[in-house]
Ligand binder design. Sequence first.
Ligand code: SME
Length: 161
Amino acid sequence: MHDFSITQDQSPDILYGDLISAARALTDDEPDAIANMANISALIWQYIPDLNWAGFYRVVDDELVLGPFQGKSACIRIAMGKGVCGAAAATNRVQRVADVHAFPGHIACDADSRSELIVPVCKNGKVIAVLDLDSPLPDRFSLADEKGMTDLIAAIANNLG
Ligand code: SME
């Protein structure tokens, strides 16, 4: 239904620029947060290489609950502050982890995961969810990925909660 012309072998600026335009087009007229998280997970899964998991955890009653995602089935509930996702949500700071085995308290939903990028989703100054990207490659996520994903989430956060 949607056909975006996004080429993966481009500079991060162009790739993330295209991805953000596509994310806006998918979510701009849609207020349903779950539908939007589902489409954004699928978009990232399709266009960002070397991922084994891409999706969202939502903050519900001060804990993280599994939301829409692509990849293997995953842990359903994560306490605030626990694991990489819980750390991102509790501190409202991006977590870019080059080696998950070196992260104290990392929660191994998929034993294949070697590196992770977690971006908090904020609305009205509150963390309402996190975007969780996992890779089977060590040190998969660059500073450009962190910036690109942070910009993407900021562009569409109003329609994610
Ligand atoms: N590894 C994450 C848990 C979520 S799964 O990887 C999908 C963490 O430590 O928070």
